[in-house]
Design a binder for this molecule. Structure first.
Ligand code: 5GP
Length: 238
């Protein structure tokens, strides 16, 4: 009997397993941007995002960051712990780009004096709006303790990822992560970390090697994902 599909998102499908505390995630090649208004396919993306995300989740776990990762079962499929995803997207920025540049008029590429953590309300209907801490508290989306924990974790993830990407000649401009709660109440890193969710620039040429190539119709989208993965898996320095 085919496994029951629990959820289909824009880039992934989630299936039940025979263990209630575990689910199987399948990574698709589908790509969307601007809250689903732009749609397309990035050939090979699912396999790259799955494997790259797993590599990074294992690296983060080895450095003390708890995650949902359990086991990769194929190029596109991974077993993860079942969590309740918190309705917050956590964005960390090292360099101005994207919505930060646009909204605040800061030239793309401006290095920020310190990493910036932002919370967004994970709500497609509203287009994932930026959220103040107080708004998150009043709406009951998270507690004061949760927000403090998410901020600390996000900065730690940023520090570790910056180091890992720098070893591959990549600058981590910004990224979005999501957290989930286990039945025990423990908060763990969930979702994925990939060129879909990170801005990655070549450290010397500042060439964009991430989903902005798709969002901005820059061409060479597949090549960029492959280049990132080639550098990551080989531990190459350029
Ligand atoms: P921005 O707010 O500048 O659009 O995005 C900041 C960072 O978070 C970028 O690395 C971007 O890829 C990531 N990000 C923010 N929201 C989303 C989202 O809904 N989906 C994905 N895949 N990435 C997001």
């Amino acid at each position: 009997m085919a496994a029951e599909m629990l959820y289909e998102g824009k880039a992934k499908k989630v299936f039940a397993t025979d263990q209630p505390e575990l689910v199987r995630v399948y990574y698709k090649d589908d790509a969307t941007a601007f809250n689903g208004q732009k749609r397309g396919q990035i050939e090979g993306k699912g396999a790259i995002n799955n494997q790259m995300s797993n590599l990074l989740f294992q690296y983060l776990a080895e450095h003390g960051v708890p995650t949902h990762f359990v086991e990769q079962v194929s190029e596109r499929e991974t077993i993860v712990r079942k969590v309740d995803i918190l309705p917050l997207e956590v964005v960390v920025r090292n360099v101005a780009a994207g919505s930060f540049s646009k909204r605040l008029g800061v030239v793309e590429g401006t290095v920020l004096p310190r990493p910036l953590v932002e919370f967004y309300y994970k709500n497609d209907e509203l287009g994932d709006p930026l959220l103040t801490d107080d708004q998150a508290l009043v709406l009951g989306l998270a507690s004061q303790e949760d927000l403090a924990e998410l901020r600390t974790r996000a900065l730690e993830v940023n520090r570790l990822l910056q180091e890992r990407f720098a070893a591959c000649g990549l600058a981590l401009i910004d990224f979005k992560i999501e957290f989930g709660r286990l039945p025990s109440g423990e908060i763990v890193l969930a979702d994925e970390i990939s060129p879909d969710t990170c801005r990655l620039w070549d450290k010397d040429t500042h060439q964009k090697l991430d989903k902005d190539r798709f969002r901005q119709d820059l061409g060479g989208v597949e090549d960029a994902y492959q280049e990132v993965w080639r550098r990551m898996k080989g531990g190459l320095s350029a």
